[in-house]
Each structure stands twice: as C-alpha cells, then as structure tokens.
Design a protein around this ligand. Structure first.
Ligand code: SF4
Length: 375
C-alpha cells in the first residue's frame, strides 16, 4: 500500500538542484541525493518516486510520504486541423507557496499550445494565470491577473505537452513564453523554470530554441541582460509611434518606445542571436506603408527581425488586414534592410488568440460547436 502523504508534503517540481540538495539534507540524507533526485525528475522525467531507481528504496519511501510532484492536469484538449493541440491545463495550487503572498496558491486554469512541425515541435507556455498588462488586442487581458505561476507550474506545462505527445515527438523542441501572462512580471519563477528547462543536465532545451516574449517591461529586460543562462528575447511592438502604442498597449505610457528601444540597444546579444519584434497587423490601424517606414526607423541599427502577425478576427474590435497591405508592409521593411516575415497564428480553428480558451473556461461555457475536443 502506498505510504500516506504528509499533509505538508513539499512540492518538488520547479526546485533547482541546490534546492533539492537542501531538501535532501532536511531529510537527513547526504546532499548528493538531491542531485540524484534532480536527475531523476528532470533528465529522466520520472514523476513517481517509486520509479526513481537511482535512489535507495528507503529514500523513495520517505519521499512518497514527505514530498509530492504535481504536474498540471489536462482539463481539455483541442486538436486543430493543422495538428496544433491547444490545452486548457488545471493547476491544483496545492503545496506551492507564493512567498510574497504568504498563502497557498489558488487553483487556476491556463493555456498551453503544442505545435508539431516536420522536424521539431514548438510549445507555447503561460507564465501567469490571466495578465495585468491590458493589451487591447488580447483576450487574456480581459481576465485580469489571477495569479503568478510557480516555476514548477511553468516548466510543468512543457513536461505535460511532451508526455502527451510522446509517440510523435520530433528531435527538436522549441519553447516560447508567449502564452498567458507577462513573463517579466513574474521574473523569479520564470527564471527558475528556465534554468531547469535550459540545463543540459535537466530538461535540456537549447537556449537557441527558447524565446521569451515581453510587452516591453524595461527593468525586466535590463535584468534579463545580466543573466548567464537566458532565452532569446522577443518584444511585442505592435505600433510605429508612441501615440499609437499608447492606444493598444497602455504599458507604453510607463515604458515608452524611446526607453524600450534604448534597453534593446544595450541588450547583449550573443553572436548567433537576433532580437525579434512582433507586430500584430491590425487592419486600418497600424498596417499603413508609413507605419512600416516608422518601424524600420525604430529598429534601425539593431540586429533584429520583425515578425508580422496578421490580426485574426475574434471578439475584439479590430479588422483583418488586407493581404496586399501585409505584403507591402513586409516589402518596405525588407527594402529598408529589416528582415521581416509574415507569421499566421496556428490552430485558428480552435481559438487562436491567447486567452480565448481560458475566457471560455472562466465563463464556464461549453466549447463552441466548431471546437472538437480530442478527448
Ligand atoms: S498580449 Fe501578453 S502581455 Fe499583453 S495582455 Fe496579453 S498576455 Fe498580457
């Protein structure tokens, strides 16, 4: 019979090697047992203590009583015609502690997206439940911030998506921190998760294959610049002037374009690295040729590329951009020496915009007719 779990059993998912070493010592075990636990949990991806055969049996039994490993739970799973899988994940909120709030984390639901391609898969993960940043084109913003995710809840999304698709995995995995939330407003948990995700001795994703997308939190960008291990940086630009950006991204009043681009110019790019600017093309709002020329001036001199994302009409009052204007925008940027690419969001038939699924969950509605739950 499995051992009864201690009511205050420690949550281990998200703990660093050092934290696991300290945890092993708190159980009166040598510190190296913590490093073995780190290997079993993240490199071997064993989530049941009984399977951690690199640990002595007595320690496995002790862990079964004193510790827990809580992965996010798949609440709903939607498969799109282009093979994208969108997950609504339920976070138990048990056994994790927000140090600032000094209270147990509340349960929450978030979204994670798994996008298979020919030679790789890309997993888009959330860093907060809801978001406080209030970008006007984003449905997540309408949820407000419910809470920060812990490091374990952030990296747990990758583990769940990989496990759920284990029979069809490609050799490479990309991760993008572009789901719900502003990663740089949950800095410590995001970096805690990334240090484990990008550790070759843990989950082992290459830093070249991880991208953090920010709405432009300048102090966070400056802090990220100091990190030894860090993902690539993407800036959600979406406007060609302060007046325009203030309208769609009120965060711009706090960190206007001049400050944001100054932080980008100081950002220490590695030899292989480029900054990415994401630009959602909102028909009739920011997709004019003059906007393209202003964007080219803004990013002038930066080692950067621009991803143009045509607005996908949904519940918000923006128009789909005209295909000829999209192409003209791209052509102007390219002509001005700025590499520019048009990216269409995937999984459009299963609620493309971030926040759409969570909004449905929050409203406790049944999935719409065009959504076909895969399980
Ligand atoms: S786009 Fe990102 S930062 Fe802006 S409100 Fe949505 S989740 Fe938050």
């Amino acid at each position: 019979m499995p051992a009864a779990k201690h009511p205050n059993a420690a949550e281990l998912l998200g703990k660093s090697r050092e934290e696991l070493r300290a945890f092993a010592q708190s159980l009166e075990e040598p510190a190296f047992r913590g490093a073995q636990l780190y290997h079993a949990l993240y490199a071997e991806r064993k989530f049941d203590f009984a399977e951690m055969t690199n640990l002595p049996a007595a320690l496995r039994e002790c862990l079964a009583r004193e510790a827990r490993i809580t992965l996010p739970e798949i609440a709903r799973r939607y498969r799109s015609g282009d093979a994208t899988v969108r997950y609504v994940l339920r976070l138990a909120g048990m056994g994790t502690m927000d140090k600032k709030a000094k209270a147990p984390e509340r349960p929450a639901t978030i979204e994670t997206v798994f996008m298979p391609e020919e030679k790789r898969q890309t997993i888009c993960i959330s860093t907060q439940a809801g978001c406080a940043v209030d970008c006007r084109f984003c449905l997540t913003a309408t949820l407000g911030l419910m809470r920060n995710l812990t490091a374990g809840e952030i990296l747990g999304q990758v583990l769940v998506a990989l496990a759920d698709n284990r029979h069809a995995l490609k050799p490479q995995t990309n991760i993008v921190l572009m789901g719900q939330g502003e990663p740089l407003l949950n800095y410590d948990a995001v970096m805690g998760a990334l240090r484990i995700l990008l550790d070759a001795e843990a989950i082992g994703i290459s830093p070249k294959r991880a991208t953090l997308s920010t709405s432009g939190i300048v102090p966070g960008i400056e802090r990220l610049a100091q990190e030894k291990v860090r993902p690539k940086l993407a800036i959600s630009l979406n406007a060609s002037s302060d007046a325009q950006r203030n309208e769609v991204m009120p965060i711009n009043r706090k960190y206007p374009l001049e400050k944001l681009l100054a932080a980008c110019r100081k950002y220490p790019l590695r030899p292989w690295e480029k900054l990415t600017f994401e630009y959602v093309l909102l028909g009739g709002f920011n997709d004019a040729p003059e906007d393209a020329r202003r964007v080219a001036r803004l990013v002038n001199g930066l080692r950067a590329k621009v991803n143009l994302i045509p607005w996908n009409p949904g519940d918000l009052p923006y128009e789909k951009p005209d295909p000829a204007r999209i192409e003209e925008f791209r052509r102007i940027l390219t002509y001005k020496g700025v590499p520019a690419f048009v990216r269409y969001s995937r999984g459009q038939d299963v609620m493309a915009a971030c926040g759409q699924l969570a909004l449905l969950e929050a409203a406790a509605k049944q999935p719409l007719a065009q959504i076909s739950p895969a399980s």
